[in-house]
Write a protein that binds this ligand. Structure first.
Ligand code: HEC
Length: 177
């Protein structure tokens, strides 16, 4: 401090590296802030189709209320035509994270179009659902960070696996009746 004042009195300009770092950090923070604020204006398209459509899983398969609730909470945001958007999911970069995963997720499996799948497709989807859920691959881990309620307990995982087996058996039995 003393040295600082001495320098000032003598008109010596001190270039402090501390101040330089502080200024640079502030400029970077300001730029980031502008970037994030600006990015909010670029909202991706919303996935907000009708929830109860004729071709939906709940309309075309046998699903009990508990499984319905589990799939709705943990899977429907990415695997149906109707995503539930809490406020923070409209905020960049979460908005783009969801947009991308809904797009890719729906291509892999779309519960809203379940009724349009052939029996073979349904069965292979059911097998994949059972596998990805019991491996902990689905719901995507990154999704669970923002949607804690979507995390499945071991008991819930088992219930979903049981349902995929029952539904698969049911589909296979139908043609022979
Ligand atoms: C955050 C979005 C998201 C959520 C939530 C989510 N998924 Fe996925 N899912 C994806 C994406 C993206 C893919 C395709 C890429 C991949 O396989 O990782 C996918 C792929 C799949 C596949 C196909 C796997 C394959 O081998 O082709 C199945 C089956 C699946 N998900 C089931 C589920 C089930 C069941 C749930 C709920 C318990 C769920 N997903 C929740 C995004 C999601």
């Amino acid at each position: 401090m003393q040295l600082d004042q001495d320098c000032k009195q003598k008109g010596i300009k001190v270039i402090s590296s501390y101040n330089f770092v502080k200024k640079t950090i502030l400029i970077i923070l300001a730029l980031l802030l502008i970037f994030f604020a600006g990015a909010q204006f670029f909202q991706p398209d919303k996935n907000e189709g009708e929830r109860n459509i004729e071709t939906g899983l709940f309309q075309t398969a046998v699903v009990n209320d508990q499984i319905k609730a589990l799939l709705t909470t943990s899977c429907y945001d990415c695997h149906s035509n109707s995503t539930n958007y809490p406020w923070y999911s409209k905020v960049f970069p979460v908005s783009w994270y969801l947009y991308d995963h809904v797009k890719v997720g729906k291509e892999a499996l779309n519960f809203s179009e379940w009724g349009t799948y052939t029996d073979n497709e349904k069965i292979s989807q059911l097998v994949d659902i059972g596998e990805t859920v019991s491996d902990g691959e689905m719901p995507l881990r990154s999704f669970l960070i923002i949607h804690k309620e979507a995390k499945l307990s071991n008991d819930e995982i088992q219930k979903i696996v049981n349902w995929t087996e029952q539904e698969g058996m049911r589909i296979m039995e139908v043609p022979t009746q």
